[in-house]
Design a protein around this ligand. Structure first.
Ligand code: SF4
Length: 282
């Protein structure tokens, strides 16, 4: 697609991040976006490199701090399609505070978390979503702590769009990201993106065998039904793929603030040089 840059990814062959990124690029193109109206913010981790491999405006920022940057970009220029990408360590550990507030603030952007249940870039330490019995270099006898449940966290924070996908299921992953882009408000897509180098437990086969697609459920799942959504999201014994919850009445924070056009001037008191930075983005 137009969204592919000419840089060759340095991800390990077979890494789930390839599929996650491909779906993001396809979904952006399928929803009518172009690189010059798209902004990707990323944090630190293997996932953080995504802004280099995609052709759009991008910022590879600080660990756990991609969401505040995305918030600022969207409020400064609501015409941009803002996507934030990160990993489970980046988003649910050091960035967990920002995550909760981004969810409840409900700025119109899409947050794709490449959840591989491990820290890959730093070579295999357990992460906030690692299972309790996962043995790693930093947890030789298992983590001995409960994993974070990102979808439940998002629901508790008042999330308006909560979804989960799998990088290897290209069609469903792309469709789910498309729905997230089209949602007016903050959309979480927790995407299982296996780390083939450091995680031999949460593998492609594990997700293929375990994920339950909401589209295949006997009783049709209605994501706008809060009680149905809560039941699935709080079911920690199973993992689901699809849009688990969507608030139909959601309105992005920037609209509620009445921001409907790009900010072309820096407000009084902003740091020197800020205008040059803004000019680069327009
Ligand atoms: Fe992917 Fe893991 Fe390699 Fe990082 S270390 S690029 S997450 S396979």
């Amino acid at each position: 697609t137009d969204f592919k840059s000419d840089k060759q990814p340095t991800w390990c062959p077979g890494c789930g991040d390839f599929g996650t990124m491909n779906g993001m690029m396809k979904a952006l193109a399928n929803t009518g976006n172009s690189p010059d109206d798209t902004f990707i913010c990323a944090g630190i981790g293997c996932s953080g490199k995504i802004g280099t491999y995609m052709h759009s405006y991008a910022l590879h920022g600080v660990h756990g701090r991609a969401l505040p940057v995305g918030t600022g970009v969207k409020l400064a220029n609501p015409d941009l399609e803002v996507m934030v990408a990160g990993g489970d360590g980046d988003g649910y550990s050091i960035g967990a505070g920002h995550f909760i507030h981004a969810v409840r603030r409900n700025v119109d952007m899409t947050y794709v978390v490449m959840d591989n249940r491990i820290y890959g870039l730093t070579k295999g330490q357990f992460s906030p979503t690692s299972r309790e019995d996962f043995e790693t270099s930093t947890s030789p006898e298992g983590t001995k702590q409960s994993p974070v449940h990102p979808l439940a966290l998002a629901m508790a924070a008042g999330g308006s769009f909560i979804a989960q996908s799998f990088s290897s299921d290209a069609m469903r992953h792309t469709e789910i990201i498309e729905e997230a882009i089209e949602h007016d408000g903050f959309s979480l897509v927790n995407t299982y993106s296996p780390c083939v180098t450091f995680n031999d437990v949460d593998t492609y086969d594990f997700f293929r065998d375990s994920l339950i697609d909401l589209e295949d459920e006997e009783e049709e799942h209605d994501p706008t039904d809060y009680d149905q959504a809560r039941e699935k999201i709080m079911d920690f014994d199973n993992i689901y793929q699809g849009v688990l919850y969507q608030d139909d009445d959601s309105v992005g924070y920037e609209k509620r603030l009445g921001i409907d056009e790009p900010m072309n001037e820096i407000p009084d008191g902003a740091p020197e040089g800020a205008m040059d930075l803004v000019r680069e983005f327009y």
